[in-house]
Design a protein around this ligand. Structure first.
Ligand SMILES: NC(=O)c1ccc[n+]([C@@H]2O[C@H](COP(=O)([O-])OP(=O)(O)OC[C@H]3O[C@@H](n4cnc5c(N)ncnc54)[C@H](OP(=O)(O)O)[C@@H]3O)[C@@H](O)[C@H]2O)c1
Length: 322
C-alpha cells in the first residue's frame, strides 16, 4: 500500500474503502452482503488500507454501524471518515449530528468529518463554527468537505480558520473536472482530493455491456449504464484492457492507477466482495508510464456519453424495457 505524503496524525492510504454500499438496499447486493461487508473491512485492514469512508446518509446510519462494528478495536488505528448530510447545518445541529455519528461508529472521535455537499442557503460560516467547536473538544480530528467547488472550499477554510483537509468529489477517467482546479489546489496547498466513484460505479471495470447492465437502483439512475453509453464505451474499455494486460492487471486497477497518479489524490472505491477489495488495494502499486497515461487520456476524451437532459428519455425507455 502507498500513503499520501502529508502531515496527518495517522497515515492516509492511497486506496481507501467507500462504504455507501453497506446497509444500502439501492445497490441491490442482498441480505448476505452485510456479512461480506465485514469481511471486506477486515481484509482491507490486512492490506494496509487506513481510510474508511462512510456517511450518516448511507443506509440511514446502517453503514456507520456496520463499519464501526467490523473495524472493532482497530477503529483507533485508522482514519474513520464520515459525513454530515447538510439539511440544516447550523452549528448546534452539526455538533449534535457528529455525536450521533460517533456513537453509531463506536468511536471517541471522528478522524475526518466532512460536509456531504454544499448547502445552497446556509453559509459555511455557521457550519464551520460547529466544526471548529467539535475539533476543540476533540470529537473531530480533521474537517473535510464534499462536492465543493474550489471557491467554496477556500471559503470554508477561511470560515474554519484552519485547513479543510479534503474535498471528496466525483473523479475518474471519465469525470475529470477535478483536474482543472481542485487537484492543482490540493497539490499547492497540501490538501487532499478524495476521489469518489473512481470506477464510475463499475462502468470502467468492463464487466458490463448493453446486453448485461448492472442491477440495482443506483446504477439504473446512472446514465453511464444506458445501453447506448455502454456501447459507446467499447473503445475506452479496450484501451483499459490493453494497458491492463501490460501490467498483468484488470481494467479497474488501471482506472484506479489513473486517478492515483496525482500525489494528493486518494480513491475510495466501493467493493461488492473481498476479491475486489484485494485488487483495488493492489492498484495502489501500479505505476503507469507517460505513454500509457496519454493513451488513457486520449481514450477518455474520445468517449462521448449521452448525459444530462438528453439522457432522461433514454433512461425512461430503458426502465420500461423498450
Ligand atoms: N460524497 C459523495 O457525494 C459520494 C457520492 C458517491 C460515492 N461516495 C463514496 O465513494 C465510494 C465509492 O463510489 P461508488 O461506490 O459510487 O463508485 P465506485 O467505487 O466507482 O464503484 C463501486 C462498484 O464498482 C464495482 N467494483 C469495485 N471494485 C471492483 C473491481 N476491482 N473490479 C470490478 N468491479 C469493481 C463494484 O460493483 P459490482 O461488483 O456490483 O459491479 C462496486 O460496488 C462510495 O462507497 C461512497 O463511500 C461519495
Amino acid at each position: 500500500m502507498r500513503y499520501v505524503q502529508l502531515d496527518t496524525p495517522k497515515p492516509i492510504s492511497k486506496i481507501g474503502l467507500g462504504t455507501w454500499q453497506f446497509g444500502s438496499k439501492e445497490w441491490g447486493y442482498g441480505p448476505d452482503y452485510e456479512r461480506r461487508a465485514a469481511e471486506i473491512v477486515r481484509r482491507a485492514l490486512d492490506l494496509g488500507v487506513t481510510l474508511f469512508d462512510t456517511a450518516e446518509l448511507y443506509g440511514f446510519g446502517r453503514s456507520e454501524r456496520i463499519l464501526g462494528s467490523a473495524l472493532g478495536d482497530d477503529r483507533s488505528k485508522v482514519v474513520v471518515a464520515s459525513k454530515i448530510f447538510p439539511l440544516l447545518p447550523v452549528a448546534p445541529v452539526v455538533q449534535q449530528r457528529a455525536v450521533a455519528s460517533a456513537a453509531r461508529l463506536g468511536v471517541d472521535g471522528i478522524d475526518l468529518y466532512q460536509v456531504h455537499q454544499a448547502n445552497p442557503v446556509v453559509a459555511d460560516t455557521t457550519t464551520m463554527r460547529g466544526m471548529r467547536s467539535l475539533q476543540d473538544v476533540g470529537l473531530v480530528g480533521e474537517v473535510g468537505v464534499s462536492n465543493y467547488g474550489l471557491r467554496r472550499w477556500r471559503f470554508a477554510e477561511a470560515a474554519l480558520g484552519r485547513r479543510v483537509l479534503s474535498n471528496q468529489v466525483r473523479y475518474s477517467m471519465i469525470d475529470r473536472g477535478p483536474e482543472e482546479d481542485l487537484i492543482p489546489y490540493a497539490e499547492q496547498a497540501g490538501r487532499i482530493v478524495i476521489a469518489y466513484s473512481p470506477l464510475a460505479q463499475g462502468f470502467l471495470s468492463g464487466r458490463y455491456d448493453a446486453t448485461n447492465p448492472p442491477a440495482g437502483a443506483v446504477r439504473r439512475a446512472n446514465p453511464y449504464f444506458l445501453p447506448e453509453n455502454l456501447e459507446r464505451g467499447t473503445a475506452l474499455i479496450a484501451t483499459l484492457r490493453e494497458v491492463a494486460d501490460a501490467h498483468d492487471a484488470t481494467p479497474s486497477q488501471i482506472a484506479l492507477a489513473y486517478v492515483l497518479r496525482h500525489p494528493n489524490v486518494v480513491a475510495i472505491p466501493g467493493a461488492s466482495g473481498v476479491e475486489q477489495m484485494e485488487r483495488n488495494a493492489a492498484a495502489a502499486e501500479i505505476d503507469l508510464t507517460d505513454d500509457e497515461y496519454a493513451a488513457l487520456v486520449a481514450a477518455a476524451h474520445a468517449f462521448r456519453p449521452v448525459t444530462g437532459v438528453a439522457a432522461v428519455p433514454r433512461m425512461v425507455r430503458a426502465r420500461l424495457g423498450r
